[in-house]
Ligand binder design. Structure first.
Ligand code: HEM
Length: 316
């Protein structure tokens, strides 16, 4: 039973005593004596096992089935999940440039930021692809087009959801611009309809309204401030447009805008400036201006929360 031991490492024992199903795009039917029946027809793959309790009960053939079909099983931390992630990262890196990074990061917020804790709608679900004609999404057609190419490539190897693709692309965008490396868990399922309208905060909001808007999505004032640091990328005047650093906070503290100076009045959105007028937010702005490592750590955490917000996951 040498092969039993070898393959057992790749098989999640939890799987062997439960039923599993997730989507995929091919047709496959596998069975083995004393082993989970693997039936893959049309859109769903189902793996079920009634009695197995230890890998040693399974035959060699069965373990080979598991080894050869393991690419279909999205176990977090398994070789399969790692491969899936590397494939995505590789394909994204082929098209990603620093100039494209701001648009890709903005796309993440416009997909996930629609989440509403009250009615549990919105969130990181890929619905942005149905919402590109909304005024707040002007300019996001381009990043979606870039990712369409990537999706085509990745889908030909194994299907990826828009939600996963956007989440990973945003993390790669941060990383290529010198920001923190952010691991992204895969397995989100895409929505098939657009999210309700009017869920993203408007740039004209004051700090209280902004905090309230983020509270409704499950984010604190500190998390609002950390996430807004994403505006260090792009052309709103917060330092180098393609360098991810803490210059957003340094410039917010300087408040270089003034109604009489047309150039400096271009700096920042009204919502960015509003944060610097709020006592609670200014404390975090000051901390992040003084300590870039703290900003990176907190951005990493809140980005992870953002891309998991409202997500529906493939079941394992
Ligand atoms: C706090 C509420 C937010 C508001 C009101 C807001 C609004 C805006 C607006 C109006 C723009 C300018 C778009 C344009 O150039 O046409 C922008 C740019 C951008 N936003 Fe936000 N945003 C917010 C939060 C976020 C968050 C949380 C992220 C990401 C985590 C983000 C990422 C970006 C990026 C990267 C850009 C630059 C895009 C580019 O230059 O192509 N924003 N945002």
């Amino acid at each position: 039973m040498r092969s039993t031991t070898a393959a057992a490492a790749a098989v999640d024992p939890a799987l062997l005593s439960s039923a599993v199903s997730f989507s995929a795009g091919r047709e496959l039917k596998l069975t083995a004596k004393n082993f989970p029946a693997v039936k893959f027809t049309g859109k769903r793959l189902t793996v079920s096992c009634a009695a197995a309790s230890s890998p040693s009960q399974f035959g060699r053939r069965a373990l080979m089935y598991m080894a050869t079909t393991s690419f279909l099983m999205p176990f977090p931390n398994s070789a399969s999940a790692t491969d899936e992630n590397s494939l995505l990262q590789e394909e994204i890196k082929k098209v990603l440039t620093k100039a494209k990074a701001p648009g890709l990061l903005r796309l993440v917020f416009h997909d996930a930021g629609t989440f509403d804790e009250g009615d549990k709608t919105g969130g990181m679900n890929g619905s942005i692809v149905y919402e590109l004609d909304r005024p707040e999404n002007t300019g996001l057609q381009k990043p979606v087009k870039i990712l369409e190419k990537v999706k085509g490539q990745v889908d030909s190897v194994r299907p990826v959801s828009w939600a996963d693709l956007i989440a990973v692309a945003g993390a790669e965008a941060v990383s290529i611009c010198g920001g923190p490396k952010i691991p992204v868990q895969l397995g989100r399922i895409d929505a098939t309809v657009p999210d309700p309208v009017g869920k993203l905060p408007e740039e004209s909001l004051d700090a209280n309204a902004m905090k309230q808007s983020f509270r409704k999505k499950g984010f604190s004032a500190q998390e609002l401030v950390a996430l807004s640091g994403a505006h260090t990328l792009g052309n709103k005047g917060f330092g180098n447009p393609s360098v991810f650093d803490n210059s957003y906070y340094k410039i917010l503290l300087e408040k270089p805008w003034s109604p009489s100076d047309s150039m400096s009045s271009m700096i920042g959105l009204p919502s960015d400036r509003a944060l610097s007028e709020d006592g609670e937010c200014i404390r975090w702005i000051t901390k992040y201006a003084e300590d870039q490592n703290l900003f990176f750590e907190d951005f990493k955490k809140v980005y992870t929360k953002l891309v998991n917000t409202g997500a529906k996951w493939r079941s394992v």
